[in-house]
Design a protein around this ligand. Structure first.
Ligand code: FE
Length: 354
């Protein structure tokens, strides 16, 4: 079985002659839909869990999965520009802030056929009218060096703004949607003034100028550059679960906690999907989304990508995630994170969080 991936740049230039990458058994010819048809997925994700789901779905249904991968904002822009000519059946992206932008751009239609499946997802992890839904979750938490930080002294994200953490914090830039959504959650709970005071405290406490992604912040803890870092849980879990001894050593050098944000609960965010507004293969898209939300589909996320399943009650095998403990989540509807994103960016700009 070959897995061909076209880069977004190549497909962007191909214009109307767009060809999608095919995943699944394309047969000897490998150039067309099977009898069962196909489904076109535009996705900002590029994870093992997703490829496993594409393969398993094709295996179960005979429906071929074509997918285009691109960064979230490029992906949204492409589908928006193509409008009713778009071949997209499903749009997948990470972070509620981006899902909100996609919905604002008119990318989705509600999939009423999924009413039963959507019941299994907590209501705060879906768009209020089910224009999109979270299918896996991630917690933005705190990685720390247990030999230099007493975990009992951090009971809330608010603590990181305290002067006792001066020169000890690593975090990526404010341009990243994960930080914007964290700030949006804080605005939602504590209001913009308190959110700005917190952000100013973090800037005061930075060990170095923001640089790199979440994994780089964890590596910086292991290297002794900082003592705490704000990161999504799966980056810590990936290092801890790594087959690579050097990466596992980095993972072993840190612990991870999921404290509340201003008392409201842990910051839970989603990867989400929606039925594209003009889905040419609508029936196949519904079948794919049903599979995505099935117990079998949901298990791929914790077991291959260290994310949590969004559907309640799904059991899985991942001892590192088990070790992170129960999540006491902020009950905010994640859609509100997108609504507060612009305010969040203004606050970052005012306090000088690059
Ligand atoms: Fe990520």
């Amino acid at each position: 079985m070959s897995r061909l991936m076209k880069t977004f740049a190549a497909f962007f230039m191909a214009g109307s002659a767009l060809t999608l990458a095919a995943c699944g058994d394309t047969g000897a010819g490998g150039d067309g839909a099977s009898d069962a048809g196909e489904v076109n997925i535009y996705t900002a994700r590029h994870y093992a869990s997703d490829y496993a789901i594409y393969d398993a779905f094709t295996e179960a249904t005979g429906i071929e999965v074509n997918y285009i991968e691109a960064g979230g904002d490029l992906l949204i822009e492409r589908v928006r520009m193509d409008a009713e000519r778009s071949p997209a059946d499903i749009v997948i992206t990470v972070d509620a802030g981006r899902l909100w932008r996609a919905e604002q751009a008119g990318l989705f239609q509600a999939a009423r056929e999924l009413a039963e499946e959507l019941e299994g997802i907590p209501a705060n992890l879906r768009h209020p009218e089910n224009a999109w839904f979270g299918f896996s979750t991630r917690v933005r938490g705190i990685a720390y060096a247990p030999d230099r930080v007493d975990a009992n002294t951090i009971t809330d994200f608010a603590d990181l703004a305290d002067p006792r953490f001066e020169d000890r914090i690593c975090v990526r830039s404010s341009g990243n949607v994960y930080n914007q959504s964290l700030m949006a959650a804080l605005i939602n709970t504590a209001g913009p003034e308190a959110a700005e005071a917190w952000a100013a405290g973090i800037v005061n406490n930075l060990a170095r100028a923001p640089q790199g992604g979440d994994t780089d912040q964890i590596r910086a803890i292991a290297a002794g550059e900082c003592d705490v870092a704000i990161v999504n849980h799966y980056y810590a879990a990936r290092l801890m679960n790594s087959d690579d001894a050097a990466d596992r050593a980095v993972g072993d050098a840190v612990d991870f906690m999921m404290p509340p944000v201003a008392g409201a609960g842990a910051h839970v965010n989603v990867s989400g999907a929606g039925l594209a507004a003009n889905a040419p293969n609508r029936d196949n898209a519904i079948r794919f989304l049903e599979y995505l939300l099935s117990e079998e589909g949901q298990r791929f996320f914790p077991e291959l990508t260290n994310e949590y399943p969004a559907v309640e009650g799904v059991s899985y095998d991942n001892a590192v995630l088990d070790g992170f403990g129960e999540i006491e989540a902020d009950p905010v509807n994640v859609n509100a994170l997108g609504e507060n994103a612009a305010e969040a960016q203004r606050i970052f700009d005012r306090v000088g969080w690059p």
